[in-house]
Design a protein around this ligand. Sequence first.
Ligand code: GDP
Length: 409
Amino acid sequence: MATVEVMKGLGPDVRTIKLNGHVGFDSLPDQLVNKHVAQGFSFNIMCIGETGLGKSTLIETLFNQRFEFTPSSHEVPQVKLKPHTYDLKEGSVKLKLTIIETSGFGDQVNKEDSSKPIIDYINQQFENFLQEELKIKRSLHTYHDTRVHVCLYFIAPTGHSLKSIDMVTMKKLDSRVNIIPVIAKSDTITKPELQRFKTRIQNEIANNDIHIYQFPTDDETVSEQNSIMKNLVPFAVVGSSDEITYPWGAVLVDSEAHCDFVRLREAMLRVNMDDLRERTHAMHYEHYRRQRLAEMGFSDEDKLSLQEMYEKRRETHQAELQRKEEEMRQMFVVRVKEKEQELKKAEGDLQTKFEAVKKQHADEKRKLEEKRQGLDEEIAEFQRRKTAADNRNNLASGTSFTLSKSKKK
Ligand code: GDP
């Protein structure tokens, strides 16, 4: 028989039952572990930093593995993201590891655009996951999750301060991905210099309100380790498995006394890999998902079923369509009226022109008529004068003839 207790604060229906014997669901954690181990994990690391800072070398050193990355040149026209996926196995645990290289970062004249391809890439992986979630037949268990779980941000070992491109890029990315900043090639500056550089970077990150990844300290199994890690950020790393000799001594990558490489490996892969994956899902992806669903018209406030939501969206869409149709009709009427007026004006102009030409023509005709009349009168006058002259001539010749005849007699 089980004893029954009502737990306060959990609502009237929640009861705690003390079990009298072993039931067996305490093996749930083992079941979960076995399931996940069988499925394998995916872990995706993005490396951002200028070409030649040792990104590829560090990744190879981290995983103790040659990955055959293609060296990139400083002349690429824009930042390019190149993901490489590898299937790794350690013990019985399978890991699908994706390394995303960002070639050409910081090499362009216009450095403003450097972060855009990176943001687009991160968003695209969120979008792919969202589309899979929204499918009617979704298969999230077998889905290859390509969301970026961590971004290793490589800072050049200048010893001065963060470059503006670093601050701008980190700020733009901090709500989308877990950022872990590292000081690249830290063997090229001396220890005191390095410490000063670290402090300055920590201050700049805090002053510019850049939210880098916070190692969780609420879980007591990792809180002590993570508190130490927290103080080491940005990790000063050296990416080479060989011992390097400098005027100030030899540097061993695996020696903690010389660099934070081992701590970084521990922090990222051994202690917090699951937290990085979890935060990516619960914070960064959630943020993206919420925005996208709001864009698609979904909202929690409406409390509507999917069908009602669809109907509502359809109605809004129809109303919008009708409004646009009416707007276009009105526009058409206005345009027709305008055209009509234009045509009327053109007709009026033409009529006025026609009247003017007609009048001009009539005037000319009248003038010609008057001229013709004048000429007719002149001809008549001429004829009249000619006849009179002829008559006069005839009369004169008749008189002389009679005269000569009478003389002969
Ligand atoms: P990436 O372009 O950022 O991937 O840089 P690479 O990993 O190709 O490294 C560029 C050059 O820097 C290579 O010649 C490496 O051997 C060298 N390098 C890489 N890591 C380190 C380091 O931690 N310290 C020093 N001194 N040289 C390094």
